[in-house]
Design a protein around this ligand. Structure first.
Ligand code: SF4
Length: 771
């Protein structure tokens, strides 16, 4: 911006500036407002600076000890981890050892040369013992100090505060010299540290000085790309400080500065205002912020101890009242978390990945697929509020519907088909948006298949766990990548298969689901032998078996075209193919998950060919390991296109990644599977995206758990899948849900929803009641 623009900005009416700031914010960040669940670790309150407004810094006589001990640090961090925090914010005075002998002596006694050395050790300790991601807020530092902290923290910060060198409040604060602050900002950029900075408003500077500081931050970010957020903080006088009788920052100046920050900074830089320093939160949102900063359920704000954090519910209500949605983030923002090679030291990459969701935001709940933790209630019905903003501000901003998610939903209601961008948008839904997506999916489900919830009586037979392939997500196979061998490699005798089929039919099963590893000794005839073994046990049971990989390999090993091979299998008795082996139909992701497996085109070819010869099949998606929502969208669109061509798919089956015992998670290269929100949305978005193409959306109770399955049934799903006697694959990956469901178990899920439970055949025909 030119000097003229700057003077116009200084004089611009507040409301005009706020409107422009909101437009920029909405364009860059949509309706999402983030916050970081954190604990505050005040490592030392000693400081060599004497800033006129500060109550954080204390003289040694007022403190029990110069530094928190490692045990005290750990106790705070553990309390934070137990309360669901993701960030340990280390706040401390600047270089106290330069001023206080007692600080020097303490450090020496404990084996540290400087405060920063001790900070590095404590970041390392907290990370190792609690998994909380350290954010180091240690003031003006050298490049070497920033580099040492980069090894043990996910982000760092230093308030620029002001570049006005004449401020009285900084006269006794050598570290607040503008050139020292700017040098730190630049060094952080050179070292690729995701960096938080900010300005303090109302400490004696004028608007021009604030713009100068914001310009300097913007310039530094344009050069290095490292400024993740800018905090705009309002000065409040505190008793006992030199500025106790200085007037508080006038609200108009504060809001002007927020709006100016939004307009001066590149749009991707997040703008934050602390929620505990204002009584009314709406004006902050209306001035263009998209982040509330760190909010602690455990510790006070040690810099502003007199101002309590608002409860999360208050923050959520204030955010949603403006038609926006609240989302927890990590200490580093998604743009940085999703580009770890550039922004994170190698040692920090897995700790960040382990706490990330698919968008690079913080996991919002401890639930993971296949685990024991109860899921959060996202679509439980009665008690929840309206799914769409119902206040004037929210409605005015979004034409009554609320942002990009609502726009996509409105389009769907008008009969539009969602494309890649729209699907990605639906997966970004948070809070009330999730309920809105689920509501529409539920409505489409009702219109398409009514209120019946179906299930199939089936048995799984996994004939071998020996496999020559190296799928990195697979904990089932015993092959080159089996890091966590559970039990011995096995290959069932054909007679065992026959026997299991007899048992299954005896127990009422109408379907057998056959899949297994790709044994090095198999040729294509093996699968024909399996079908014959099944037929020896039952003339009638529906044979649902053999993944796209198995049939592709079978044909290859026999040296015959896939079409001929599939006809042979069909003639022998094969009826349908499972969609497994699809994982994510996006080759960039397959290159990470299963590099030697069939690629996207080969999977689609196998199913296209199966449909051509009269074998139907289903679409699965195994999601939440390494990929982002765009890959989910591509998977959905590629399978939808095939369905529009052949009509051969019977259902869509989301299979959330169960991470616990998988090689890729144990090698620290994958997330903990999808969050529950993501898993639920996969069912809802699937219902919306496949509307008019695939009528049935199945929820896997093995992966989602019973409570999760009940919610998925309210979010577009209409089928509970199979009773699954002998489900081995999810259990090998660490899933703890039972191996079998009975009709009564299914009824206990379905009846409370006011829906009717019905047993089905594999192809969704009615199964007559047994005498
Ligand atoms: S997923 Fe299938 S092909 Fe891949 S390693 Fe496991 S058993 Fe083998």
């Amino acid at each position: 911006m030119t000097a003229v623009d700057r003077s116009a900005l200084v004089r611009a009416p507040l409301q005009e500036l706020q409107r422009a700031a909101r437009d920029v914010r909405d364009g860059a960040h949509g309706t999402r407002v983030t916050y970081s669940p954190k604990v505050f670790v005040p490592l030392t309150k000693l400081c060599r600076d004497r800033c006129g407004y500060c109550t954080f810094a204390q003289p040694p006589a007022r403190l029990q000890a110069p530094f928190l001990s490692p045990d005290e640090v750990l106790a705070i961090a553990e309390a934070g981890a137990a309360a669901g925090c993701h960030e340990a914010l280390f706040t401390l005075g600047e270089a106290p050892e330069a001023r206080y002998p007692v600080a020097r002596a303490w450090l020496e006694e404990h084996g540290y040369a400087t405060t920063v050395d001790y900070l590095v050790a404590m970041c390392e300790l907290v990370l190792a013992r609690t998994g909380l991601l350290p954010h180091a807020n240690a003031g003006a530092l050298s490049g070497a100090e920033l580099a040492a902290l980069r090894r043990v923290s996910a982000s760092q910060g230093m308030m620029l505060e002001s570049l006005d060198a004449t401020l009285a409040c900084h006269r006794q604060a050598p570290d607040k010299a503008p050139e020292r602050r700017l040098a730190t900002l630049q060094a952080a950029g050179e070292l690729a540290v995701p960096f938080t900075t900010g300005v303090l408003v109302g400490i004696g500077e004028d608007r021009a000085a604030r713009l100068e500081a914001l310009d300097a931050i913007a310039d530094s970010h344009r050069r290095y790309g490292h400024v993740q957020e800018v905090i705009v903080q309002n000065f409040l006088p505190k008793p006992g400080t030199a500025m106790h009788d200085h007037p508080a920052c006038p609200p108009e100046e504060f809001l002007w500065t927020i709006a100016a920050a939004r307009l001066v900074l590149p749009p991707e830089v997040h703008v934050q205002a602390p929620p505990n320093l204002s009584d009314d939160l709406a004006p902050l949102l209306r001035s263009g912020i998209d982040d509330w900063g760190g909010v602690s359920p455990v510790t006070i704000d040690h810099v502003n101890p007199e101002r309590a954090w608002p409860a999360l519910a208050v923050l959520q209500a204030a955010t949603e009242a403006e038609g926006m949605a609240l989302a927890p983030r990590l200490t580093l923002y998604p743009e940085f978390a999703l580009d770890p090679g550039r922004w994170l030291h190698e040692a920090m990459r897995f700790p960040v990945l382990d706490r990330s969701d698919a968008e690079g935001l913080a996991r919002d709940h401890p639930w993971s697929s296949g685990g024991d933790v109860h899921p959060p209630s996202l679509v439980t019905g009665a008690a929840e509020g309206p799914a769409r903003p119902d206040n004037d501000a929210g409605q005015a901003r979004h034409g009554g519907r609320g942002g990009a998610v609502a726009e996509v939903l409105a389009g769907v209601e008008l009969g539009q088909q969602v494309g890649e961008d729209e699907i990605v948008t639906l997966f970004s839904a948070r809070g009330p948006e999730v309920r809105a997506v689920a509501e529409l999916a539920d409505e489409l489900r009702r219109r398409t298949v009514g209120d019946v919830v179906t299930w199939v009586a089936n048995r799984n037979i996994n004939y071998t766990n020996v496999c020559t392939f190296k799928c990195r997500f697979c904990a089932f196979s015993k092959g080159p990548l089996s890091l966590n061998l559970r039990g011995a490699p096995y290959l069932l005798e054909l007679s065992d298969i026959t026997e299991r089929i007899r048992e299954a039919e005896e127990a009422g099963a109408t379907e057998v689901c056959l899949q297994g590893g790709i044994h090095p000794d198999f040729d294509g005839d093996y699968y024909l032998h399996v079908i014959r073994a099944v037929r020896e046990g039952s003339e009638r049971i529906h044979i649902h078996g053999f993944t796209a990989l198995e049939v592709t390999e079978g044909a290859r090993r026999l040296g015959i075209p896939l079409e001929d091979y599939l006809r042979r299998l069909k003639d022998a008795g094969l009826a349908t193919l499972p969609g497994t082996a699809a994982e994510i139909l996006d080759d960039e992701v397959r290159a990470i998950l299963c590099p030697d497996k069939i690629d996207t085109e080969e999977w689609l070819h196998a199913h296209r060919t199966a449909h051509l010869v009269g074998l139907r099949s289903n679409v699965t998606i195994m999601f939440g390991a390494v990929e982002q929502p765009r890959s989910w969208a591509r998977h959905i669109l590629r399978t939808r296109a095939l369905q529009q061509e052949t009509g051969g798919f019977t259902e869509f089956v989301p299979l959330p990644f169960v991470h616990m015992a998988t090689p890729i998670y144990l090698q620290k290269r994958a997330r903990r599977g999808p969050t529950f929100r993501e898993a639920l949305l996969m069912h809802a978005v699937g219902r919306i995206a496949y509307h008019g193409a695939i009528d049935n959306i199945q929820v896997s109770w093995v992966k989602m758990g019973i409570e999760g399955a009940a919610q998925a049934l309210r979010a577009g799903a209409n089928d509970l899948g199979g009773t699954l006697m002998d489900e081995n694959i999810s259990r090998a990956a660490g899933a703890s849900h039972g191996q079998r469901m009975e009709e009564a178990d299914f009824a206990s899920v379905v009846v409370p929803l006011g829906r009717e439970l019905q047993q089905r055949t594999t192809l969704y025909g009615r199964v007559p009641a047994r005498c």
